[in-house]
Design a binder for this molecule. Structure first.
Ligand code: SAH
Length: 218
């Protein structure tokens, strides 16, 4: 059953006020994107009433969409602007993809599950975004064609930062990724300066695993 649009608007307002601005989300580009993109387009009917709650929700194929605060924190940590070309590994339902595309110049996003990529494309199609390229396959070693990016975001957890991903990052670029153990990780930011990678830890976190050649074994 469709959720009352008034409830959704109220919940979204609460998300912005308490879960994002009430914590440490201060980047106005991120706040504006999260206000504009309708999260309800990406959430299955079974969980529609929890669309704007600050919790992860199932999206099918045993995967989850991150809670709004984590989407905002990761986007803010990328320090995005309208000149950035971004690689996202783990399209999932496409919500994070849409937030990135709202701020950046172009988003390249790759997902292991064809089913998830297809539904993400359908949802994003409803929003009319045109600056996104989708791919299906193992993105753990990066985009399948040779190219480089200003920003890279992993929405699934890796045991370590793969050299192949660092290789696809441009000078001055930033990678944000959950890295660590199978069940808990640190959300990390890596910056490429003078060809070297400088790492900082943002906070503890818990993500689904990035499976694949440069991730966890399948
Ligand atoms: N940002 C997504 C998060 C989805 S969860 C959202 O908002 O819905 C992480 C996603 O990463 C899952 O869909 C999972 O299938 C995908 N994934 C895991 N390993 C991957 C890999 N090696 N390549 C591409 N996608 C991967």
């Amino acid at each position: 059953m469709a959720v009352n649009p008034e409830k959704l608007a109220k919940d979204k307002e609460k998300m912005l006020r308490f879960d994002l601005k009430g914590r440490d989300i201060i980047d106005t580009k991120v706040l504006t994107a999260m206000e504009k993109i309708p999260r309800e387009v990406f959430i299955s009917e079974n969980y529609a009433d929890q669309t704007y709650f600050d919790c992860p929700l199932p999206i099918g194929c045993g995967q989850t969409i991150s809670q709004p605060y984590i989407v905002a924190l990761m986007t803010q940590s990328l320090r995005l602007d309208e000149t950035c070309e971004v690689l996202e590994i783990g399209t999932g339902c496409g919500y994070q993809t849409a937030i990135l595309a709202e701020i950046a110049k172009k988003v390249y996003t790759i997902e292991r599950f064809n089913e998830l990529s297809e539904s993400a494309q359908a949802a994003i199609g409803k929003l009319g975004c045109t600056n996104i390229e989708f791919a299906v396959g193992d993105g753990s070693c990066g985009w399948p064609q040779e190219r480089t990016f200003d920003r890279i975001i992993l929405t699934a957890a890796a045991p370590r930062l793969p050299d192949e991903l660092a290789g696809q990052l441009r000078e001055g670029g930033i990678i944000v990724a959950p890295v660590g153990g199978e069940y808990v990780q640190y959300l990390m930011r890596y910056e490429k300066r003078g060809g070297k990678i400088i790492e900082t830890s943002i906070c503890g976190c818990r993500f689904v695993k990035m499976l694949g050649k440069c991730g966890w074994p399948e």
